[in-house]
Design a protein around this ligand. Structure first.
Ligand code: PA5
Length: 338
């Protein structure tokens, strides 16, 4: 099986943080007569992006269930920014730099006078932001956006530290340890993949690991070209779980949690109830001694499992033709122009 960029993930994490400008907080830009001062205090962080780039927001949101994040993190996956923001920092993340939703959100943020930072390999996002003097963190390329995750996530964490939102210096290396552990667990990931052949995976995750669940679903969609469902606990225990009483063909239940997660005892109860209806879920434990380590173990391990599944199904993992076609179609219709 070809692991594509996964073996480079520890390196990508280390390399990409070097591109965060030391003096980012001294930036001042003038957009349409409005001075945006990056040294001013912020009261929220909006992370805007789609798919393999947008998942960075979900991961940061997970981590803030564990870390003492100073301001709320708002994950935005739309062409517009949420209304009624007061003093946000806006991180516009697009691997290609050509995703219309992210570019439109960044432009809206600037027109509203918010500090924006772009994280990208280049594209229109980089060109538009740079032309206005807005900081852009350029990251190394990978085979496709989702395979460049550490290059998108690690600079984000550094930026959050520079803005006093989190304190991550001791955590960054633990995250890399998590990736390295997962890279040594390829056989186990392949075993999980075998269990998923000919199924629709139902992924059960606690709220504090929503990002791991979403990332696993996205990787199943894009790498293995598989549909799957994510049920986030406790909410899913008030609706999804009711569907367990009928034996719908082809579902395969996967429960993901870290042993120290706040909701783990709740999840154990969910597993017992599911099992009492004759369903035997697969259990994936997120290995790690810190939140970032177990999170990175999870996204790396499960991502590799989806590559193994693609391999078993003889599916080409990198290309995502319908996504490309939709991007072209949106462009052709000129509905959302940047
Ligand atoms: O992983 C992928 O290829 C996609 O989910 C992309 O990330 C998504 O289409 C957004 O593109 P980009 O990350 O270039 O902004």
């Amino acid at each position: 099986m070809n692991l594509l960029d996964y073996p480079r993930w520890p390196l990508l994490a280390r390399e990409s943080i070097l591109n965060v400008p030391i003096d980012i907080r001294s930036t001042r830009v003038n957009v349409e007569g409005k001075v945006i001062d990056y040294g001013s205090d912020i009261d929220s962080v909006v992370i805007t992006g789609m798919g393999g780039s947008g998942v960075v927001g979900d991961i940061v949101n997970d981590l803030c269930w564990f870390w003492d994040c100073r301001v709320p993190i708002i994950v935005s996956k739309n062409m517009r920014l949420p209304r009624r923001l007061s003093r946000p920092l806006v991180l516009a993340i697009s691997y290609s730099g050509n995703t219309v939703e992210t570019i439109m959100s960044a432009e809206e943020a600037l027109s509203r006078g918010y500090p924006v930072i772009g994280i990208t390999t280049g594209g229109k996002l980089s060109a538009i932001l740079s032309s206005k003097g807005v900081p852009v963190i350029l990251i190394p390329k990978a085979s496709a956006p989702r395979y460049g995750l550490p290059s998108l996530l690690y600079p984000t964490l550094i930026v959050l530290e520079r803005f006093g939102v989190v304190s991550v210096t001791n955590e960054l290396e633990r995250g890399i340890v998590g990736m390295e552990k997962a890279l040594r667990a390829v056989d186990e990931a392949s075993k999980l993949a075998k269990e998923l052949v000919n199924s629709i995976p139902v992924i059960w995750v606690p709220e504090s690991r929503r990002g791991v669940g979403i990332r696993f679903k996205n990787d199943l969609n894009e790498n293995a070209k598989y549909f799957s469902i994510v049920s986030v606990i406790p909410e899913g225990a008030h609706n999804d779980i009711a569907a367990i009483t009928t034996s719908q063909a082809g579902l395969r239940h996967v429960v993901i949690s870290g042993s120290n997660d706040f909701e783990s005892k709740y999840l154990d109860a969910v597993v017992d109830v599911i099992s009492s209806f004759g369903v035997k879920p697969l259990i994936v434990r997120l290995d790690g001694s810190t939140p970032l380590e177990s999170e990175m173990y999870g996204v790396t391990f499960l991502g590799i499992a989806t590559l193994a599944l693609a391999h078993l199904l003889n599916v080409e993992p990198v290309s995502t033709l319908p996504i490309n076609k939709l991007k072209e179609e949106l462009d052709r219709r000129g509905l959302f122009t940047v």
